[in-house]
Design a protein. Structure first.
Length: 577
């Protein structure tokens, strides 16, 4: 048994599908002048093998996608025949007597860095092509294994060094039983998506495996305990089959709560909304009886593609969500990339600490062309349902004013074009930066609602990078400083008579439920998979019981003391129905 970190609950059993990591790390091998001809022949063999491979892939996909969609492979073939690229590789070999793979790697890095600095989107895409082709060529020069192809019929457990949110978007949820990664964090967006998709996930296995997991190894993963078993005994398989049956029975028992009113035992109603990243999650949103969508992470619309989505494309997605919810509230957050969320075709600067860098509203206010396109699409969709607008990572009144200025321009353009939209669309901001908490009284009069994003708020309050495994244990949502930030935010909102919701992972943590009741929070937005578990606890809770909790919590000096108090109010037995 290997002990990792449970990031998404559930038990999965099946064969491993290992995603190879092409992170080329090799010494700067020099060659003798007499071996130069042999090294050139190695280079040409690698080029021929790469071209043959690309041709095979193209033929495999052309019958499915058509010639126009497979032109990317022609571009890749052209790079391998491009005299500028090949002259650079050959020049490094001839002048510096470097091995073929070293020369190829240096040439890739030179051209990719050069194109990334350009503003031309086409040239940025060409940089990605060069990287892809270069990696393929390196694979052949280094004698690396062929790419692993996931089985088309048999379900599998994904194993990777690390997964990105964009890779998660492409994951076939019909076949992926679970996920195991060497790196990652419990509050990363990949973990959040795994929980939303109901995929058991264990991370943090780096340095813990006696030998690497191989394709076809039979795995058991326990997303609650963080355990991974590799090629286990029949007895252990039988034990976990029984545990999984119990887990499924518990899940089915909770399902009967989906469509009953969400009220405490003493009659206080709380809205339990869902956080979503894709339209395909809406079926589960409706099945679990969510009050609506409290957070639509629109950045994932931008990820599943190779270019920026046009206004019309975005409008269709937002309209589809609004119509499918039949009047229920949907809060659409504007583009929030940066940190652990990147776009292949949108170059972000290399930063020592991207969590504190160029991201979220900062990008939108810098690229107002992209921002206005998205705002127009959201406004147009607002005519077809109960849509509200949410700005991420606001830290000053000036940022809010600038965002609203772009919104007013978008509104006026639509009026001039006689395109209908909800003139009274409500606008809110994410409270996820300590500065926003401190000036919440200044921000509140300018918006219709606050949405507290606990994931980033916790990391910024505690100065803990939630993606950094070295300090991840310091990420503590029940830290007294965090609780005081929450209380201060809610008090400012109440003074301005505006609505407050919570949309971070803490909203779906049943241990925190007495906190929200004590603060009189009336809406929590969480992973779809958390809704019924939270509802079950909420139905057994008493508002009056929780209303006095803050007198106790404000006296706490540690999260241990906080959790001890919260445990007195916790109800988690599944209702017998």
């Amino acid at each position: 048994m290997v002990e990792g970190i449970g990031a998404a609950s559930g038990i999965a059993m099946g064969k491993a599908f290992v995603i190879p990591t092409w992170e080329w790390d090799f010494p700067e091998k020099l060659i003798d002048v007499k071996d130069l001809a042999f090294e050139f022949e190695r280079l040409y063999d690698g080029i021929r093998s790469s071209k043959t491979e690309i041709e095979c892939i193209k033929q495999e996909f052309v019958t499915v996608l058509g010639d126009d969609k497979t032109s990317i492979f022609d571009a890749h073939l052209a790079i391998l025949e491009d005299p500028i690229f090949m002259n650079e590789v050959q020049g490094i070999m001839q002048r510096q007597y470097k091995a073929a793979e070293v020369a190829v790697k240096e040439a890739i890095e030179k051209f990719v860095n050069m194109f990334d600095l350009l503003d031309d989107p086409y040239m940025k895409e060409r940089a990605l092509d060069i990287k892809d082709v270069g990696n393929r060529l390196l694979k052949h020069l280094l004698g690396a294994l062929e790419e692993a192809i996931p089985p088309k019929e048999q379900p599998y457990i994904v194993v990777a060094k690390e997964l990105s949110p964009s890779e998660m978007v492409h994951l076939d949820t019909n076949h992926a039983l679970g996920m195991v990664t060497m790196l990652g964090g419990q509050t990363s967006h990949v973990s959040i998506m795994a929980r939303a998709m109901g995929i058991p996930y264990v991370l943090g296995l780096e340095g813990k495996l006696p030998t690497p997991i191989q394709n076809g190894d039979f795995l058991i993963i326990d997303g609650d305990e963080g355990h991974v078993f590799i090629n286990p005994s029949e007895e252990l398989i039988a034990l976990y089959k029984a545990r999984k049956a119990v887990w499924l029975k518990m899940r089915d028992k909770l399902q009967v709560l989906a469509h009953i009113p969400t009220r405490t035992e003493d009659g206080i109603e709380i809205q339990l909304a869902a956080n979503i990243s894709t339209v395909k999650e809406l079926d589960q949103v409706m099945k679990n009886g969510a009050s609506g969508v409290g957070l639509f992470r629109t950045e994932f619309i931008y990820m599943d593609r190779d270019s920026l989505p046009l206004e019309e494309e975005q409008f269709r997605v937002y309209k589809q969500v609004a119509e499918k919810l039949h009047g229920k509230r949907v809060v659409i957050r504007t583009l929030d990339i940066g940190g652990d969320k990147s776009l292949d075709y949108f170059a972000l600067p290399d930063e020592d600490n991207p969590a504190l860098g160029y991201r979220a509203i900062r990008i939108s206010l810098d690229r107002t062309d992209l921002f206005k396109t998205q705002l127009r699409a959201i406004l147009r969709a607002s005519y077809f349902g109960n849509i509200q607008l949410l700005y991420p990572m606001i830290s000053s009144v000036e940022e809010l004013d600038r965002a609203n200025h772009v919104l007013q321009i978008a509104k006026q353009e639509l009026r001039d074009e006689q395109i209908l939209f909800n003139e009274q669309i409500e606008v809110g901001i994410m409270i996820e930066v300590p500065a926003a908490v401190v000036i919440a009284d200044l921000l509140a009069p300018k918006v219709n609602f606050f949405s507290i994003g606990t994931n980033d708020l916790v990391q910024y309050v505690l100065a803990v990078d939630r993606m950094n495994e070295t300090v991840a244990h310091l990420y503590d949502p029940f830290h007294p400083a965090v609780l005081r930030m929450l209380k201060s935010t809610v008090e400012a909102a109440k003074a301005a008579n505006i609505h407050v919701s919570v949309c971070g992972e803490m909203a779906g943590d049943i241990r925190a439920l007495p906190i929200w009741l004590g603060l009189e929070i009336k809406e929590l937005s969480m992973s779809v998979q958390s809704i019924l578990k939270v509802k079950n606890s909420l139905l057994q809770s008493h508002f009056n019981e929780s209303s006095a909790i803050w007198k106790e919590l404000l006296c706490c000096t540690s999260s241990t003391a906080v959790l001890k108090i919260l445990s007195k109010y916790l109800h988690q037995d599944v209702l017998a129905q």
